[in-house]
Write a protein that binds this ligand. Structure first.
Ligand code: ARG
Length: 610
């Protein structure tokens, strides 16, 4: 597999060389190259340089131009404005570079120079609770980052830090002990063949149970149980006390309590898997290491923090303080690692998880795809880990923070009754609407019913993912299904149609195969498309380094737009010469492959016919 340097990087290198040749006193200067409408590229670096050298920028620019070899790649350089360089690359170089990309399975995209191990914490719903749109975001953005990072050569370890520990389980388990039949499926009207009334024998059934219970059924059982136990907890002081004792039993690992807890976890996993499955997303059991997975480390984590003085006792609790974290009263608000009653919370688990990921998993990067509303938590946790030496120059931690999902009304996304919107319903609706869109064009595309259903799923789920991925993660975004499945505008449907259109052209070409003809002159739309295709690897490198999948989405949208313009302006199958037909088919093909690869990295399928 050969990585192919992009034209932009070649041009950049040539200009940088010319800069140091013409102006040795400048040292190594950045040409500040960018794509430009006037020429192919514009270099602005000379302006800053002229300032530094106290020279006339246009004169310097002219000197630099004289030092640029204009043969193979760079065809023309022109000084413009106050001292910019406008650079045009040759048609031949464009097609030759793309041909080299096309010959490589990775489209010539290089691996990152220094690959490390990233542990990515994403798709982390909570046991016994309905998933909400925030969990959807973490899953979608996280899964895209996994693919993108792996594509650049990074070793990626997935961790689903599910909320499976904590005081609410005392209440749930206690309720189940006092109402033993509540988690039997008959109660919800569903039958479960061979269900064993003995709760302990249920532990660890995992996927076996999944075949028998639907995710929705599992969730509705859990929901009912959650509500009933909550109501009792709030109204009955004695039940409350018994629930608290139950938490202690759970944390002490008392077998019966643990077995019941496991039932909640297993039941919830059935539900999680059903949602992830709908999302066309693979989640693997060994990667689910929830809060409970760090239970054995909590005490030691606290001891290490206390011994090193990073954490101190304050009003009975073990706390870490920060200069810049203050409450409204001006007093510092600590990160509580251990509560005064001896209980461990979210922070202790996260700190232990950091130790595990750094020490046992050899992570060089810890990436957390978590709601921006938890940013203060992570800021304090990371800072604590740094003070303790668990994070250092060799290991960095980053929160890929995402914003809130809003309804059409601009308020946090809820049902009219103010309840969490059920994810299954949402995804089903997206698929329904997408299927209607697909159906409308099905006859023309020659699709039969099973394909309509399959494409409806790919388009509907793709639309939800793309909407989530196409705006900068940290911004809030409006969940608007009408907009998401629209054929026009910045939607996945538009991209998927562009892909299917190209595939249909390639099919229609029959025996005429795509072939690169570097000797042909290119039309402006061909050049623009070609230069854009060529930038795929650079965009990916940037997206991977800054954890910004929306830039990949934007790149793909522009790619589809460039293709649309090309297709409007340049007849493909009816081009003038046989060579031109082949060359345009070649452009079609390499565009399709780039679109396909890019969408796949975002977790979006591209059907061949649409
Ligand atoms: N379960 C949490 C929630 O639903 C998200 C967990 C994020 N990951 C972490 N390591 N704290 O909000």
């Amino acid at each position: 597999m050969a990585s192919v340097p992009s034209l932009a990087s070649t041009v950049d290198q040539r200009i940088a060389d010319a800069l140091s040749a013409a102006l040795p006193e400048a040292g190594s200067a950045d040409p500040l190259l960018r794509r430009s409408d006037r020429a192919d590229f514009q270099a602005n670096g000379i302006l800053a340089l002229a300032k530094k050298l106290k020279g006339n920028p246009r004169e310097l620019a002219t000197k630099v131009v004289a030092a640029i070899p204009t043969e193979d790649v760079i065809q023309e350089v022109e000084v413009s404005g106050p001292g910019f360089l406008n650079i045009t690359v040759g048609d031949r170089a464009i097609i030759e570079t793309l041909a080299a990309r096309a010959a490589d399975a990775r489209l010539g995209v290089p691996h990152a120079e220094r690959a490390g191990t990233t542990v990515i914490d994403y798709a982390q719903p909570n046991v016994a609770k309905e998933m909400h749109v925030g969990h959807l975001r973490s899953a979608v953005i996280g899964a895209a980052m996994v693919e993108i990072l792996e594509f650049t050569g990074e070793k990626v370890i997935r961790r689903h830090h599910i909320g499976d520990w904590g005081t609410q389980f005392g209440m749930l388990i206690q309720y189940l002990i006092e109402h033993p039949h509540e988690l039997d499926h008959q109660a919800a009207g569903g039958s479960r063949p061979g269900a064993d009334p003995d709760p302990e024998s249920e532990t660890g059934t995992g996927t076996g149970a999944a075949a028998e219970t639907s995710g929705e059924e599992a969730m509705s059982n859990l929901n009912r149980l959650y509500k009933a136990s909550r109501a009792l907890f709030d109204s009955d002081e004695e039940f409350k006390a018994r629930s608290r004792d139950r938490v202690v039993a759970l944390q002490a690992g008392e077998p019966e309590t643990l077995a019941l807890w496991q039932r909640f976890v297993d039941e919830s996993k059935i539900y999680f898997y059903s949602v992830f499955d709908k999302l066309d997303m693979e989640i693997h059991d060994p990667d689910i290491v929830g809060e409970s997975g760090y239970n054995d480390m909590l005490e030691e984590t606290c001891r290490l923090l206390e011994e090193s003085g990073v954490a101190v006792r304050s009003e009975g609790a073990l706390c870490v303080f920060f200069e810049d974290v203050k409450g409204p009263d001006g007093n510092q608000v600590p990160l509580i690692v251990k509560k005064s009653n001896g209980g461990y919370g979210y922070a202790a688990t996260d700190l232990s998880a950091i130790r595990d990921r750094v020490t046992n998993l050899d992570a060089t990067t810890l990436l957390y795809v978590v709601d921006a509303r938890q940013s203060l938590h992570f800021k304090m946790v990371f800072e604590t880990a740094r003070r303790a030496g668990w994070l250092n120059d060799g290991v960095k931690a980053v929160q890929l923070a995402f914003g809130t999902v809003l309804g059409k009304d601009g308020k946090p996304f809820k049902t009219r009754e103010g309840e969490t919107v059920r994810l299954q319903d949402l995804l089903d609706e997206a698929v329904d609407r997408a299927t209607a869109v697909v159906r409308e064009k099905a006859e023309k595309a020659g699709l039969a019913e099973p394909e309509i259903a399959e494409n409806g799923r790919y388009v509907g789920i793709g639309a939800v993912k793309y909407a989530d991925l196409s705006t900068s993660a940290v911004r809030d975004y409006k969940f608007d299904l009408d907009q998401m499945v629209s054929l026009n505008g910045d939607t996945s449907v538009y991209l998927q149609y562009a892909y299917a259109r190209i595939k249909s052209i390639l099919r229609k070409a029959g025996d005429t195969r795509p072939a690169a003809h570097p000797e042909l002159p290119l039309a402006p739309a061909e050049r623009a498309l070609g230069l854009h295709v060529d930038q795929f690897g650079e965009v990916l490198a940037e997206v991977a380094a800054a954890y910004e999948p929306h830039k990949l989405a934007a790149y793909l949208y522009q790619l589809a737009s460039h293709f649309t313009t090309f297709y409007d302006q340049c007849p493909v199958l009816k081009a003038e010469t046989a060579e031109q037909v082949e060359n345009r088919l070649f452009l079609c093909d390499v565009t399709a492959r780039t679109l396909h690869q890019g969408l796949a990295l975002l977790g979006i399928r591209s059907p061949e016919r649409l």
